[in-house]
Write a protein that binds this ligand. Structure first.
Ligand code: NDP
Ligand code: ZN
Length: 178
């Protein structure tokens, strides 16, 4: 796990989150792994390691071959399972997340659930400064569609935190746009 944390920190080193605080990208990866461990009670190393590496193929161009050589076939397959195909247009990628959700493995569902919680959390606490409330609402609703389509039934605690975070964000945003 520490090797995965060091690898992710190194490969994402030049990237920041999109919020005004410009937090290091790595904060998101630690948050996803921490949500799995602390809220979800997840103790499986493969899942926790893949959580730390979940954006490394999508966002840093690490090849599947390099990932497999460093962390093994199981971790590599799981990271690929939660990675979007960046060659597709954004709207298509978002639609595919909804379509693919019901077919994901249990471990991939756990990572996706924690990833969505982390992103909603960031949209509430440190949103991209150029996003309108409508755009944030759109993201919240899309995240909920992905969860409803196929991320339920694997971890009640994470599901409950998703619900609470979703409700908190929707309330704030609907107050803002009312
Ligand atoms: P992006 O996919 O560009 O951004 C969201 C992603 O950025 C998250 O999934 C997360 O991914 C990452 N991220 C980094 N920092 C943050 C942060 N602080 N808070 C939350 N997420 C963060 O945006 P969209 O999801 O909006 O995708 C583009 C879509 O939006 C298009 O389909 C387009 O149609 C639509 N659009 C809507 C507009 C509007 O005003 N309504 C305007 C422009 C586009 P990760 O987990 O990988 O880090
Ligand atoms: Zn992510």
């Amino acid at each position: 796990m520490l090797k995965a944390a060091a690898f992710a920190a190194q490969r994402h080193r030049a990237q920041k989150r999109k919020g005004a605080a410009q937090a290091p990208y790595f904060n998101h990866l630690i948050e996803v792994a921490d949500l799995l461990w602390r809220v979800g009670g997840v103790r499986e190393m493969v899942t926790l390691i893949a959580a730390l590496l979940h954006d490394v193929v999508e966002d840093t161009g690490v090849s599947p071959a390099e990932l497999e050589a460093a962390f093994g076939a199981e971790v590599c397959a799981l990271v690929l399972e939660v990675s979007d195909d960046k060659s597709l247009p954004k709207a298509r990628r978002k639609q595919l997340q909804i379509e693919h959700a019901p077919h994901l493995s249990r471990r991939a569902r756990l990572i996706k659930l924690a990833d969505k919680i982390s992103n909603l959390h960031d949209l509430i606490n440190d949103p991209p400064p150029d996003w309108s409330d409508e755009r944030k609402l759109e993201y919240f609703r899309w995240a909920r569609q992905v969860v409803d389509a196929g991320l339920r039934g694997v971890n009640p605690a994470l599901e409950a935190l998703f619900e609470a975070t979703y409700a908190e964000g929707i309330k704030l945003l609907e107050e803002g746009t009312a």
